[in-house]
Design a protein around this ligand. Structure first.
Ligand SMILES: [Zn+2]
Length: 258
């Protein structure tokens, strides 16, 4: 499952906006757990609720294609409680450990692995620093765009200084983060798992900022730069609509006056 700090709020938003998102199976899983754990629906009713949700998201959906997945999701609906975290604390000693690594890329990578490990530690007591998120998702969160070879070099570098241990699974990254220093004051409180690499650089005083609308940490181009590209597009669209509406009402008013 991908990282969501507050699954209850996330799911309420998905249900009200009829959004299946980029990972439909994960969304359905959360919707099913929400109906079971929060709304207290019975398992047999949850199947119908999931079908209704799918139809709301896409009126042309072929429900029979989903029936097996829905059965499986509903069977496990009580397995994991909905996650409700307000964030993950990164401590001063952890930040110091990362600063000892040589290079900006490897620091962003280490910071991201640490944030993910601490998230899963907060969710599952028995996690003990393990990360098994897909490598491409980790690199995206770390804002690191590099080759697999370089990625492996960085992992081995961190392993050689005792910061990581590798698990036995070979199909995905299965890493144990060994530098979790819980007994140290909080340095950064992470409430957003997008662009963790940029958040780290922002914390280190880099030319980064958080979007004034959605909070995404991005590189600052100039002092007038206030929003991330998605929000800037939305703002531009909203302003254009408002301007057209204003002009129309002004024209209408002038005709009435004449
Ligand atoms: Zn934004």
């Amino acid at each position: 499952m991908s990282i969501v700090l507050n699954e209850k709020e996330w799911t309420e938003q998905a249900i009200s906006s009829h959004q299946l998102g980029k990972k439909p199976f994960e969304t359905l899983n959360r919707v099913a757990r929400y109906y079971y754990q929060v709304e207290k629906y019975k398992r047999k009713d949850i199947c119908n609720k999931l079908e209704d949700f799918l139809l709301q998201c896409d009126a042309d959906v072929i429900l029979v294609k989903w029936s097996e997945a829905i059965d499986r999701i509903v069977r496990w609906v009580d397995k994991y409680p909905l996650i409700e975290l307000d964030g993950v604390c990164i401590t001063e000693s952890e930040v110091e450990t990362i600063e000892n690594l040589q290079g900006c890329q490897i620091r962003r990578f280490a910071f991201t692995l640490l944030c993910i490990a601490k998230y899963w530690d907060a969710v599952r007591e028995e996690n003990n620093g393990w990360v098994n998120t897909q490598d491409k998702d980790i690199m995206k969160m770390a804002n690191v765009n590099t080759s697999i070879k370089r990625q492996n070099q960085m992992l081995h570098e961190m392993k050689s200084v005792g910061l990581l241990r590798f698990g036995k699974r070979v199909d995905s990254l299965n890493i144990q983060v060994m530098f979790i220093g819980a007994n140290s004051p909080t340095s950064i409180h992470i409430t957003d798992f997008r662009n963790l690499g940029n958040q780290y650089l922002l914390h280190c005083g880099g030319a980064y900022f958080q979007c004034g609308h959605c909070g995404l940490a991005i590189k600052k181009k100039n002092n007038a730069h206030k929003y991330c590209p998605d929000c800037a597009d939305q703002m531009y669209f909203k302003k254009s609509v408002e301007s057209v509406m204003r002009n129309r009402s002004e024209n209408l008013l002038s005709k009435i006056v004449v």
